[in-house]
Each structure stands twice: as structure tokens, then as C-alpha cells.
Design a protein around this ligand. Structure first.
Ligand SMILES: NC(=O)c1ccc[n+]([C@@H]2O[C@H](COP(=O)([O-])OP(=O)(O)OC[C@H]3O[C@@H](n4cnc5c(N)ncnc54)[C@H](O)[C@@H]3O)[C@@H](O)[C@H]2O)c1
Length: 431
């Protein structure tokens, strides 16, 4: 097997299937060194990338320069590749169960062009066992080839963090795994072309799959604990962020904060693990409790605001509330699975009129996805403002700004504790 040499000598190409937050940076990094085919099913996204525009809004035009890459939505182009990296979304369905449709579709696409000696590497986050139990049989079926004789499979979880310019593909160690020892050596060498921090080989594909899923499950459970503490401390009129600041002076106190857990990773991946655990008759309690707490936070915040408005003697029906921040996390335009909409829906259930603003989110995309408008035109008579996302543009806002858009004695709900000790006139609340 000399796939690595063939790639380096540009005799074969490497393909990346699914050019989103994960796939595009990988494709462009490889394309600076070897021949790459970037494939996506969305023609409009491919056309943007052909013009050096990242549809996800993460990468600058310069990152497309000096790249040997063909952006295509034509499956036939993939046959020139000897290594395929699959990086399509792995969401959950409305019943909170893994939805493998896109992963299996992409697998079928690759299966159709698979040749003897090819390597298929999965980067999409999945439960332990998914690559070998769900994907490999489909590769065999669509290609007519034999696993570990004609073609080989690997799994290399992705650790990038959108909006984070420090922890990138180049700077973070890349976990690699494969179906045979020989293919593992090849895959490790291939990733070392771009992963400057090196690779970490696991003994099996399942270990690599499990390692990724627990990274996000661990974060989810820890944030859930902070959210539960916040509910307790709110009842005791203790500021949670102040407690955390004090506790963090101990060397081994873990630095987690309460907040909304949305997006396509932390709020989704634990469900892949709980799903698979149940196949083995294990009913996860800590993981599911954490999910339940984190999924309830938007509703909790809305209820806290409503109660406060009532306690101030104001009428809830037709009260105007501004929600600042609509994306699932700070400083990105990604609105997938944003929990801000839970706040909005719950407020609307009480008859509150809600305005939502965000400096990053695309208005049309947000409206299409959630049937809620975003606005730039703020009013000056809000009864409450909820700063839901910690965008950098909000960091410098002060009390006089919030006073300029609110009624006297309005409520400021500061989800992330950004304005702690800085608000003296308005009714300040935080998690
Ligand atoms: N975004 C992150 O920060 C992150 C981090 C680590 C892991 N992951 C995991 O990586 C995977 C990809 O996530 P993402 O955020 O890049 O998704 P994304 O939604 O940004 O992009 C996915 C791309 O795949 C394309 N696509 C969908 N089905 C396809 C198919 N059958 N063939 C070809 N292209 C197809 C879509 O058009 C889209 O362009 C997921 O499993 C996710 O859990 C994401």
C-alpha cells in the first residue's frame, strides 16, 4: 500500500465529501500540498467556493489561494480520488435519535466510485460502531468490493471549534484509526501532511469514535451541572458567576459556566451515545439528566424574565422584550439548533412581543429556519432585554446603552454574566 506516496506525487487525489464547517478547512489545507476534489451536493455552495467564498463564513478569501482543488457537485469527478474523507452532518431527528441519512447517502456516493486499494475516512461524529456496522456494509454493497481486502476504512474525529482561530486543524493533535495496521500507518502519514501537531493512533475505529463522542458529552454534563447550580443559587439570591469566580481560585476546580447549549455538536452528540448505550441495555442517567437540564434552559430564562416583569407590577400581555443574540454561540453566524429560539417561543407563549437582533446571523436564513424575523431597528420601550449570546460587539455595551432602549426600571437578563457589577439602575439578572 503506497497511497501516501501517490498523493504526495499527485498521481491520485484526495476527496472531501461535504464541504461545511469541517470539510472545507480540511479540503483547503490538503489542497496546499496535494491534489484535492472538494465535493458537496449543494450546487449553490459549490458555486460560492469556486469563487473563493466560504458559505459558512469562517474562512477568508486568502485561504483559497495556492490550492490544487476542484470544487464539484458531480459524483463522477470523485473517481480520480484514492482517499475519500467524509465530513457530512450527523444530526438527530425530532425524537432525539441519530439521523444517519446524510452519512449513509455520502457513503453510497463514495461506494459508487470506490476502487481496489482505496481508503475511506470518516470525520463525521458518530456513536462507537457506526463506521464498521452501518457504513462499511453499505460501501461493500454499492461497490461490490470486499472490506479490508479491496478497500480500507478509517475514522478520524474532527476537533475544530468554529470561531476559534487558535485551535485549528494544524494546531490540534489528530486522532486517527483504521481497519488494518497497514492502512493506519498510511492514514497517519496522510494526516501528518496537514496536522502539524501530529497524530494519535488508536487501536481500533471504535475507540476513536468513542473518544470524540465523550469529549462533547463531558462538556455537556459539566455545563448541565453549572446550569443546575445556577437554578439553586438563583433561589438563594446568590450570583452564580461570583461563586464560580471564587471557586476557580482552587487549582483543580473545572472552568465551566452555565448557559445555553445549542449547535450541532455538544447538544447533539450525547444522544448518539445514549442511543447506542441502550442497544447494550444500559440506560444512561447522568448523560440524559444533563441533556434534559441543558435543553430546558431557554424556557427557564424566559420564565425568570416573565416572573420579574410581573413582580415589577407590569402587564405581561403585549410587553416588549428584546433578545440580543440569535446564533448558537458567540461570534459565529451558525444558527443551527440555537436555543435562543426556546427563549423566544416561551416568551411568546406568555403573550410577550419579542424582537430579536444579531450582528452575525443571516436574516433570511433565520426566518426560513425558525419563522422568526431578525431586526436591526430597536425600539426604546422594552420592558426587558435578554443578552443571550456573548458576541464581542456586546462586550462594550454599558448601562446607559441599555437604558436608551428600555423603559425605566426595565429588566436586563445577562445570560453569560458579562455585565455583572456594571448595572445599577436597571433590574439586573443572570444565570
Ligand atoms: N462544526 C463543528 O464545529 C464540528 C466539530 C467537530 C465535528 N463536527 C462533525 O463534523 C460533521 C460535519 O459537520 P459540519 O459542521 O461541517 O456540517 P455543515 O452542515 O457545516 O456541512 C456539511 C456539508 O455537507 C454537505 N452534505 C450533506 N450531505 C451530503 C452528501 N450526501 N454528500 C456531500 N455533501 C453533503 C452539506 O451540503 C454541507 O455543505 C458532523 O458530524 C459534525 O458533528 C463538527
Amino acid at each position: 500500500m503506497n497511497t501516501y506516496n501517490q498523493l504526495i506525487n499527485k498521481q491520485i487525489s484526495l476527496s472531501v465529501i461535504g464541504l461545511g464547517y469541517v470539510g472545507l478547512p480540511i479540503a483547503l489545507s490538503f489542497a496546499k500540498k496535494i491534489k484535492v476534489i472538494g465535493f458537496d451536493i449543494k450546487k449553490d455552495r459549490i458555486e460560492l467556493m469556486q469563487r473563493a467564498i466560504d458559505p459558512s463564513g469562517e474562512l477568508e478569501k486568502e485561504e483559497f489561494q495556492n490550492c490544487d482543488i476542484l470544487f464539484t457537485y458531480n459524483e463522477k469527478d470523485l473517481s480520480a480520488a484514492g482517499v475519500h474523507i467524509i465530513a457530512v452532518p450527523t444530526p438527530i431527528d425530532t425524537h432525539l435519535l441519530p439521523d444517519l441519512t446524510l452519512l449513509l447517502n455520502a457513503t453510497q456516493t463514495v461506494g459508487k466510485v470506490l476502487k481496489k486499494g482505496d481508503i475511506v475516512i470518516y470525520e463525521s461524529t458518530v456513536y462507537p460502531g457506526c463506521t464498521e456496522e452501518d457504513c462499511v456494509p453499505l460501501l461493500e454493497k454499492t461497490s461490490g468490493l470486499k472490506f479490508n481486502k479491496d478497500f480500507f476504512v478509517g475514522f478520524s474525529p474532527e476537533r475544530i471549534n468554529p470561531g476559534d482561530k487558535e485551535h485549528t486543524l494544524a494546531t490540534v493533535k489528530k486522532i486517527v484509526s483504521a481497519s488494518t495496521e497497514q492502512s493506519l500507518e498510511e492514514i497517519a502519514k496522510i494526516y501528518q501532511i496537514v496536522a502539524k501537531a501530529g497524530t494519535f493512533k488508536t487501536s481500533s475505529i471504535k475507540v476513536a469514535e468513542a473518544s470524540k463522542i465523550i469529549e462533547n458529552t463531558q462538556r455537556d454534563v459539566n455545563i448541565a451541572l453549572m446550569n443546575e447550580l445556577s437554578m439553586i443559587f438563583n433561589k438563594m439570591s446568590i450570583n452564580t458567576f461570583e461563586v464560580l469566580e471564587a471557586a476557580a481560585t482552587k487549582w483543580n476546580f473545572l472552568n465551566f459556566k452555565p448557559g445555553l447549549v445549542g449547535g450541532h455538536c455538544i447538544g447533539v452528540d450525547p444522544y448518539y451515545l445514549t442511543f447506542k448505550a441502550k442497544e447494550y441495555r444500559h440506560y444512561p442517567q447522568i448523560i440524559e439528566s444533563g441533556r434534559s437540564i441543558n435543553d430546558s434552559m431557554g424556557f427557564y430564562i424566559a420564565k425568570m424574565v416573565v416572573k420579574k416583569i410581573i413582580s415589577l407590577g407590569e402587564t405581561i400581555k403585549d410587553a416588549k422584550v428584546l433578545v440580543m443574540g440569535a446564533t448558537f454561540k458567540e461570534n459565529v453566524k451558525d444558527i443551527r439548533n440555537t436555543k435562543v429560539v426556546d427563549i423566544v417561543h416561551e416568551l411568546q407563549n406568555y403573550g410577550v412581543k419579542v424582537n430579536i437582533s444579531d450582528p452575525y446571523a443571516d436574516k433570511e436564513e433565520f426566518e426560513n429556519e425558525y419563522h422568526l424575523p431578525l431586526t436591526d431597528r430597536l425600539s426604546n420601550d422594552y420592558l426587558a432585554v435578554i443578552v443571550a449570546v456573548n458576541h464581542q460587539q456586546y462586550a462594550t455595551l454599558d448601562e446607559s446603552y441599555f437604558q436608551s432602549i428600555t423603559k425605566e426600571k426595565a429588566v436586563l437578563f445577562d445570560v453569560k454574566g458579562t455585565y455583572r457589577n456594571k448595572i445599577h439602575q436597571l433590574n439586573y439578572m443572570s444565570l
